[in-house]
Unconditional design. Structure first.
Length: 155
């Protein structure tokens, strides 16, 4: 049995597949898993714009892949970052965005363990790693330099 039924970027880079991924991740926890956020929160864009902005992100990511705009690692991390900004779901957005980026990396040939999001950097450093992660997100936002975020994602 195929462990990874998604084998092409187009299989992952659509809202249906992304919602299904969220549902598979959290369906036993939340009845609403896989449903797009409908309420305003202190994070993310206006709920009325989620579907449109998400579609733009997924199409842009496909374009970046087809045109080799960035390295595969950077394409994945950029997808992750923008999904966090959009904040598609009421909860679970960070874990979902990390898994989506990791799955895209696998599809792009980086392997199943290319993105460990700091797990290789050592145990017992969760607080420091989280601070570095948040700093790297802010750095990417301010400078469009994704190097520090890629370093954390692959460490």
């Amino acid at each position: 049995m195929n462990e990874h039924p998604i084998d092409a970027p187009t299989d992952l880079l659509n809202q249906s597949a992304m919602r299904d991924l969220h549902r598979r991740m959290f369906g036993r926890v939340w009845t609403w898993a896989g449903h797009v956020r409908q309420r305003e929160t202190n994070m993310g864009i206006d709920p009325s714009k989620i579907i449109h902005e998400w579609e733009i992100l997924l199409r842009n990511t496909q374009f970046q892949i087809e045109n080799e705009t960035y390295s595969p690692e950077e394409i994945c991390v950029r997808l992750h970052r923008r999904m966090l900004e959009i904040h598609c779901f009421p909860n679970g957005n960070g874990r979902h965005a990390r898994l989506a980026a990791s799955e895209l990396g696998r599809i792009l040939g980086l392997g199943t363990d290319a993105f460990t999001w700091g797990q290789r950097s050592g145990e017992g450093r969760e607080e420091e790693l989280r601070r570095q992660y948040l700093d790297a997100l802010k750095h990417a936002d301010a400078t469009d330099d994704y190097g520090p975020l890629i370093a954390i994602a692959t460490s």
